[in-house]
Design a protein around this ligand. Structure first.
Ligand code: PRT
Ligand code: ZN
Length: 286
């Protein structure tokens, strides 16, 4: 077996840019000219296969690729035997049932005996079965949202993100049946060497993700306020406190979850903090 791992990423579409950005943020260098089907890195033993997202779960299950980045919607729909290593936090969306805006919606019983158009027959079928609704599923591969207006179906089941596609087509969302985001998947039969390389990649992805969730905060405070301020911004282990040139004042440095920072900002200011700087973190290793 050659010493390289293969990762399948979407060639062109909603997952592509974020997938490649994440890999670049992990310090992995590669060239991806448009139209290329394959590329490799100059500083990490990884090769990229650029594919349609529909094909990624199958290629990873078959071992053509060792890893893949794909939406959970596609992964569950394709029902392939792979391991999900990590949720990646981008391409978030939901799979929802929608019906014409003017229709009353009494609950799921609306769909009893009706036709539903979708590109996700498996997820929809499982959902209807679990909810004991008998409906007929019309599988179509694109433009699902026009199905009710052309008389093909009384409802649809499709991916929703902002909701504007539904609105533009005179539809309303009535049930969310599945929540999705991009995930990193892996083949189930990896050798030790491959597992080791993938662990290195995961370590880097975690560092990037942690960095995004946290901020480096610097502020000045009078010394008598330090106890209070330290209790508000505890940081990774504890904050760094450095004396300012002006006596009686210190500079406090800490790492904080951004939400925690905003929750505490008024109390920090009330305690005497000033000159507060919030700086992005590129990578964070705990
Ligand atoms: O060519 P290829 O087969 O690779 O790509 P594709 O056209 O099948 O997929 P693509 O690139 O459209 O989407 C890839 C993945 O992105 C999906 O499988 C989802 O996991 C995720 N994703 C996130 C979305 C959306 N948001 C999304 N809004 N996928 C599709 N949409 C479509 C949806 O189908 C609908 O037509 O956008 C419309 C709804 O968007 P709003 O914002 O109007 O609600
Ligand atoms: Zn697709």
């Amino acid at each position: 077996m050659e010493n390289i791992i293969r990762i399948a990423v979407q060639k062109s579409g909603r997952l592509s840019d974020d997938s490649l950005r994440l890999i670049k943020e992990c310090g992995i260098k590669f060239y991806n000219g448009t139209g290329k089907l394959k590329s490799s890195s100059t500083n990490f033993p990884i090769e990229f296969l650029f594919l349609r997202d529909d094909d990624i779960p199958g290629y990873v299950a078959d071992g053509v690729a060792d890893l893949g980045i794909v939406g959970e919607n596609e992964l569950v729909e394709k029902d392939k035997d792979v391991t999900t290593l990590k949720k990646l936090g981008f391409s978030k969306c939901r799979l929802s049932l929608a019906i014409p805006k003017g229709q009353d919606y009494p609950g799921l019983s609306y769909f009893e005996g009706k036709n539903i158009a979708t590109s996700y027959p498996k997820i929809l079928g499982d959902y209807l079965k679990a909810n004991k609704i008998q409906a007929s599923i019309h599988e179509i591969s694109g433009s699902v949202e026009i199905a009710p207006s052309i008389g093909l179906a009384e409802g649809i089941c499709d991916i929703v993100s902002s909701g504007s596609t539904l609105m533009m087509n005179g539809l309303k969302e009535v049930e969310q049946i599945f929540k999705s985001e991009a995930v990193l998947i892996a083949n189930k039969n990896l050798n030790n060497w491959q597992t080791e390389i993938i662990d290195k990649l995961l370590f880097r992805m975690n560092a990037v993700q942690q960095g995004k969730m946290n901020k480096y905060v610097l502020l000045n405070a009078p010394n008598e306020a330090l106890d209070k301020i330290v209790s508000l911004i505890p940081g990774m282990r504890s904050p760094t406190i450095l004396p300012l040139a002006q006596s009686g004042w210190s500079s406090v440095h800490s790492v904080l979850n951004e939400d925690q920072f905003w929750e505490n900002i008024e109390e920090l200011r009330a305690a005497g903090a000033e000159g507060i700087l919030v700086v992005p973190i590129e990578k964070m290793i705990l």
